[in-house]
Every structure is written in C-alpha cells, then in structure tokens.
Design a protein around this ligand. Structure first.
Ligand SMILES: Nc1nc2c(ncn2[C@@H]2O[C@H](COP(=O)(O)OP(=O)(O)OP(=O)(O)O)[C@@H](O)[C@H]2O)c(=O)[nH]1
Ligand SMILES: [Mg+2]
Ligand SMILES: [Zn+2]
Ligand SMILES: [Zn+2]
Length: 396
C-alpha cells in the first residue's frame, strides 16, 4: 500500500489533495493538521481536496471531464501548479509518489544506542545487496542525499563519531524530514524505503501532545536499538567479567516503555512488529577470550551459534529460518546477561506485540576516544534488521 512518508497514513487512491508550495502564497495563519503532525508550527497554504465520488458526480453533471484522478489543479492565488499532498498531515509528496510500493520504518532507541550510525551502515549494506542481487541502484532525491551525506555518511566515512541527533523541536532537527530511499525495481516492482530516525532524547519523556510521533503505530516495522551494556542490571552482572567501556548509551528500559506506548497509540488495529536490536555487539566479543570462566566464554564461542556467523550479505531475501534461530539465541543471551527487564517489557503484557531479536555491530570494534579503532570498520549482521523490515511488506 502507498503510505505518506511523514505520518505513515495510507493514501487511498480514491482521495486526492493538493497544496501550493509557492512561498508567496503562504497565509498568515497556522495549518493545524500540518503543524501537529510535523511537531512545529507551519503556516497554511492554498489547498484543494477531491474524491473520486465527487469527481464522478461532477462529471455526470457535465462539470468535469476525463478520468479520475484529475490533472493537478492550478493554485487559485498564484495560478502555478499545486503539488500532491497527504490528506492527513499535508506533507508534500515526492514527485511520482504512488508509482511503487513503500516500506515505512522507524529507528528508535535511547540516546547513543547507535541508531544514526546504524542507518548509515545498514543502508550502505543494503545498497550493495541491491546492486549485486537485483541489479538495482538505491538513490535519494538530491536534497535528501545531501542531508544523508552530511548527517549520516560523512561521520561514518571520516571514521569519527557522530553527533547526537537533535531533539525534534530544536532548530536544525534534520531527522524531521523522512529519509526516502528509492530502491529501484525489485522482483519487477518499484520499491521505496522510508526511514524515520528519532532522537533518543525525544524518547526519554514523551510530550503530552505527540501527534508528530503517531507514525510509530502506522509503521510497517519499528526497530528498537539498545546498547546491552547500558542496561544497569547487565552492567552490574558483568562488572569484573569483561572490561566495561566507560561511555555507553543511556538506559533503554524507560525508553522501550515509551516506544511501546507510541506503537499502541498510533495503531488503528494491529500494532507493527518490533525488531529489538542488540547494538554494539562487538562489546560482547570480549567473552570469547575469557580464561577460567567457561560459563561466560562459551556464551559467545559456541560453534554454529547464529550470532557467531554472518550470512546476511549473501543474498537479498530475508532468511526466516536463520532469523528465527538468531532471535531465539539473542533472546536467551539478553536474559543471561541480565536483561530480563527488556524481555519482560515485550512479553509480559496483555497486548503482546510481535517482536524479533537481532544483534548488530556497525563498527566491529569499540571506538577509542573520538575516533574509531585503527583496525577499521568490520560490521556484523548490519543489514539483517532492514531485510527483515522489507520482508514484512513483501518488498524482498
Ligand atoms: N563499539 C561500538 N560502538 C558503537 C557502535 N555503533 C555506535 N557506537 C557508538 O555509539 C555512539 C552513538 O551512536 P549514534 O549512532 O550517534 O547513536 P544514536 O542512537 O543515533 O544517538 P542519539 O542521536 O543521541 O539518539 C557512537 O558515537 C559510537 O561511539 C558499534 O557498532 N560498536
Ligand atoms: Mg542519532
Ligand atoms: Zn500559489
Ligand atoms: Zn501524512
């Protein structure tokens, strides 16, 4: 189904809306729907909406011609062509939106859980898979390519460390713009992937009016990243067993509760599935070299364990058998580490949400100070959660 890239609402083909994007046509009052869904004030603009039913009626009366949908109407003020918008949140749709299928995902997690870095690496891996296995070139509009390059790719390429994603309400909150990736043709269908990155800071305390986060409930998949060493119980459990890095992310437990609230609130019926991703998996590699503590060293060195191998870059299709095995292993690893609080949030509730566990490492090694480790980047299973999300809509 075609969805709006900002609010993730379905865009029924029997309804259309248009707005003028000309700066001179900005009106001096607030567009309430647009502002509430964006999370900041937006002025009203000339707008026009139509339905197939009304159009057919007008045609019967001789007031309209041709087939539905009608041609894009001119602005009643400046006479320039208007643009297609979402009826719900008034977001201006990219040109040609509707000529393919779309998978809408959210990246959530506490501060410094690795979301932004993950997006940069996950997309890089997906781009390679698409080229090799579907002969398809991933692309972004020139404007979004610039946003993506500056805020995601450049810090990863420079092997430096990312800046925290700014709060949604702050100036320069680049993540308010959805990242729209054109995946080209997969299985002869045009596919888009929309990623909405959310600042961890925004997920710590939910604002009371939060229509601008309601897209969580309408996503095709919500990814929740967490740094295992940021869970206080895990840290306490592992103190003295492996060297704990001093700078870890923030506690994910309160954040997952808020993410679940957003997922339930925005969903009309069925909530989207949640991909629970153990990030910075490289930190747990230390277990492999533990001497004299067999119960811990076996944890990671068990041969055949799904998290000891990485088949994710071999093909584009998502391997459910491998994914289910990985999920079961990661779940028990999280429990063994002391992360029962995370598992309980997902499983001990009446309104259980469908979820799947993943483990990823973007860097492969812990960064030293403000630079990445000299050994370079050795990502692990970075594309798995994206492949899983794309398989939810049948895109791959
Ligand atoms: N060891 C290790 N560290 C990582 C990895 N991925 C991210 N990090 C570290 O985690 C820090 C935070 O990563 P970001 O991607 O900025 O985190 P975020 O979740 O986007 O954070 P906010 O934008 O504040 O919500 C990075 O600066 C890295 O130091 C990884 O795979 N391994
Ligand atoms: Mg970020
Ligand atoms: Zn106009
Ligand atoms: Zn919308």
């Amino acid at each position: 189904m075609i969805k709006c890239p900002q609010c993730f609402s379905g865009l029924p083909s029997q309804q259309k809306a248009w707005a003028c994007t000309n700066d001179s046509c900005v009106q001096d009052f607030r567009d309430d729907a647009a502002s509430n869904f964006a999370g900041f004030d937006l002025p009203a603009r000339p707008m026009y909406a139509d339905t197939e039913q009304q159009f057919t009626q007008r045609r019967k009366e001789g007031k309209a011609q041709g087939k539905w949908p009608p041609a894009v109407p001119p602005c009643p003020v400046c006479a320039e062509r208007m643009v297609d918008i979402c009826q719900v949140c008034h977001f201006a749709l990219p040109t040609g939106w509707g000529d393919g299928d779309v998978t809408c995902i959210v990246m959530s997690g506490a501060r410094a859980s690795g979301k932004s870095l993950y997006i940069a690496m996950g997309i890089d891996k997906l781009e390679r898979l698409l080229l090799t296995h579907a002969k398809s070139q991933l692309s972004l509009s020139p404007e979004l390519a610039e946003v993506f390059r500056i805020n995601y790719q450049a810090p990863l390429d420079a092997r430096g460390v990312l800046q925290s994603t700014p709060k949604a309400e702050s100036q320069g909150a680049y993540q308010r713009q959805p990242l729209i990736f054109d995946l080209g043709l997969i299985k002869k269908r045009k596919q888009y992937l929309v990623v909405r990155d959310v600042a961890g800071e925004d997920m710590e305390d939910l604002p009371t009016s939060r229509l601008h986060f309601s897209f969580f409930g309408r996503a095709d998949a919500v990814l929740f990243l967490f740094d295992p060493l940021a869970v206080p119980d895990v840290r306490a459990n592992l103190a003295g067993i492996i060297p704990l890095p001093p700078d870890v992310g923030h506690d994910p437990i309160p954040v997952i509760a808020n993410v679940l609230t957003l997922v339930r609130e925005g969903a009309g019926g069925q909530s989207p599935p949640i991909g629970v991703v153990v990030s910075k998996f490289d930190a747990l590699e230390e277990f492999r070299d533990l001497e004299g503590k067999p119960q811990w060293s076996e944890l990671m060195s068990h041969r055949g364990a799904a998290f000891a191998r990485d088949p994710s870059e071999r093909e584009l299709v998502y391997d459910t058998a491998d994914g289910d095995l990985l999920s079961a292993e990661v779940r028990s690893l999280v429990l063994k580490l002391g992360g029962a609080g995370i598992v309980a949030q997902l499983e001990n509730r009446a309104d259980r949400v469908q979820h799947q566990f993943f483990a990823v490492s973007v860097l492969g090694h812990a960064p030293r100070g403000n630079m990445l480790d000299g050994r370079g980047i050795a990502p692990f299973r970075a594309v798995d959660p994206l492949k899983w999300a794309l398989s939810q809509t049948g895109a791959i």
